[in-house]
Design a binder for this molecule. Structure first.
Ligand code: HEC
Length: 148
């Protein structure tokens, strides 16, 4: 009897671990991005470097920097714009004043959908660190997985 409980427990752990590993750009993240982010970060958005030249103007036009490919999106996770995705999408649980990042609201139409999509982003990123590059250790960086 005891063995059964242990086995069921182990199977559950294995299942959740497999689930966390299964969140990839191509299977989950691209789909969320296309629905929730592409309107402002899609094909007609500017490269980050060009966006930064007149950030204020583009922000007023509701145009953020371009993120509509795997390579573009990971730029905002590990390096060079370290932690940007994490700081902007966090629901406030990891921030000092419990204030959500300003892109969190775009993750869904209601709290349930936002939490569901935040969980997928967190599983995809791996090490959900809000640190900027100077504070980031090599282990922190290695924990950022973002599988394709
Ligand atoms: C209504 C338009 C709009 C939507 C939808 C939107 N964003 Fe943004 N986003 C912006 C604008 C404009 C900026 C630049 C201004 C700012 O920094 O807040 C920005 C900035 C960002 C940044 C910071 C980039 C940097 O400078 O480091 C990240 C990361 C980001 N968005 C991620 C997302 C993600 C992920 C989604 C989808 C869940 C999303 N955004 C949805 C308009 C949008």
């Amino acid at each position: 009897m005891k063995t059964t409980y242990v086995l069921v427990g182990l199977m559950f752990i294995a299942a959740t671990a497999a689930y966390a590993e299964d969140v990839r750009y191509t299977t989950h993240i691209k789909q969320i991005f296309d629905q929730k982010c592409a309107g402002c970060h899609g094909g007609d958005a500017l490269e980050y470097g060009d966006f930064k030249k007149d950030e204020k103007k583009y922000t007023q036009m509701f145009k953020g920097p371009k993120m509509d490919s795997y390579a573009h999106l990971v730029h905002f996770t590990g390096w060079p714009d370290t932690g940007a995705i994490m700081r902007r999408l966090d629901d406030g649980k990891n921030t000092k004043e419990n204030k959500p990042g300003n892109m969190y609201q775009n993750l869904g139409a209601n709290e349930q959908e936002r939490q569901k999509n935040l969980k997928l982003f967190k599983d995809w990123v791996g090490n959900w660190t809000l640190k900027r590059f100077p504070e980031l250790s090599k282990d922190d960086l290695a924990g950022i997985k973002v599988p394709y």
